[in-house]
Design a protein around this ligand. Structure first.
Ligand SMILES: NC(=O)c1ccc[n+]([C@@H]2O[C@H](COP(=O)([O-])OP(=O)(O)OC[C@H]3O[C@@H](n4cnc5c(N)ncnc54)[C@H](OP(=O)(O)O)[C@@H]3O)[C@@H](O)[C@H]2O)c1
Length: 258
């Protein structure tokens, strides 16, 4: 039986990704900090999809917890087929005014944990010549983000790292995809402290389910970069044709209204 692992599966895109994998016939390993949410999802997957679901409660900001997730997952499968590196958060506010420790924690989660898990599982996937890794980046990856400077930089890392890894592994039957959603309905805005009256709060956004279904399809199709939504695609691609200073100042305006 094939297994998948989803980080950040207690809410939002990761929660929906776990259900997509179960619907596709995968047994799933659910990872996040909120055990009650993960146990509810485990029950839902076992009852509605008749797949196995195992829970590993972990704070992925801690390097030793990331290593523990890998080791505990080996008890369920020595041959993980799909890794969804989804856990992540953002924080709104100018860098000098925002909580420095929270910015460092963000790097530990969005960048370090994702790289650590990719390293551990990609090696095994390469040896077995089978595997899929989806790293959840963002449309934030395509330009600097004044007002969310560290978050945008973490996602630029995820995009660049994933595209390079995809090229390194393509001849080994291991597929890597950077999923780039734009603003999506989830608990992200609450964690990042967006205003409910701001542009993101008032916009009509896609659901996490829609984004997870899109991300899964792109991963299986072997697309190294998958930007969700036509407008998001246009905006991300337009960065190649306008001066970087212009896209930075436009993004600054947009984030100031978030
Ligand atoms: N929603 C958007 O607008 C949007 C747009 C582009 C990209 N993204 C990206 O999509 C990914 C998923 O976010 P989301 O929108 O689904 O937000 P979300 O609903 O807030 O989900 C974030 C998930 O990450 C987990 N998480 C946070 N800190 C963690 C930690 N220290 N250790 C382990 N797990 C942790 C959370 O679980 P616990 O709190 O239970 O640990 C939760 O399951 C993120 O990488 C985000 O950057 C989101």
């Amino acid at each position: 039986m094939a297994w998948g692992l989803v980080t950040g599966s207690s809410s939002g895109i990761g929660y929906e990704f776990a259900k997509v994998l179960a619907d596709e016939g995968y047994d799933v390993i659910l990872v996040a900090r909120r055990e009650d949410r993960l146990l509810e999802l485990k029950t839902e997957i076992e009852q509605n999809y008749q797949q196995k679901a195992e829970v590993i409660v972990a704070d992925l900001q801690q390097a030793e917890e990331v290593q523990r997730v890998f080791e505990e997952s080996l008890a369920f499968t020595d041959n993980l087929e799909i890794l969804i590196n989804n856990a992540g958060f953002g924080q709104i506010g100018d860098f000098t005014e925002s909580d420095l420790q929270r910015n460092l924690d963000m790097i530990d989660l969005n960048v370090r944990a994702l790289t650590h898990l990719s390293g551990l599982y990609a090696k095994k996937m390469k040896a077995s010549r089978k595997g899929y890794i989806c790293n959840v980046a963002s449309t934030a990856a395509f330009q600097p983000g004044p007002g969310m400077a560290v978050y945008f930089a973490t996602k630029a890392f995820v995009l660049s790292f994933s595209e390079a890894l995809a090229a390194e592994l393509e001849d080994h039957n291991v597929f890597v995809s950077a999923l780039c959603p734009g603003p999506t309905i989830s608990e992200f805005g609450k964690a990042a402290k967006f205003s409910s009256k701001g542009v993101v709060g008032k916009a009509k956004l896609p659901s996490s389910q829609e984004v997870a279904e899109f991300g899964y399809k792109a991963l299986i199709e072997g697309r190294a970069t998958a930007i969700h939504g036509t407008l998001n695609n246009l905006m991300a691609q337009s960065n190649r044709f306008v001066p970087r200073s212009l896209s930075t100042s436009l993004t600054k305006k947009m984030i100031s209204k978030a």
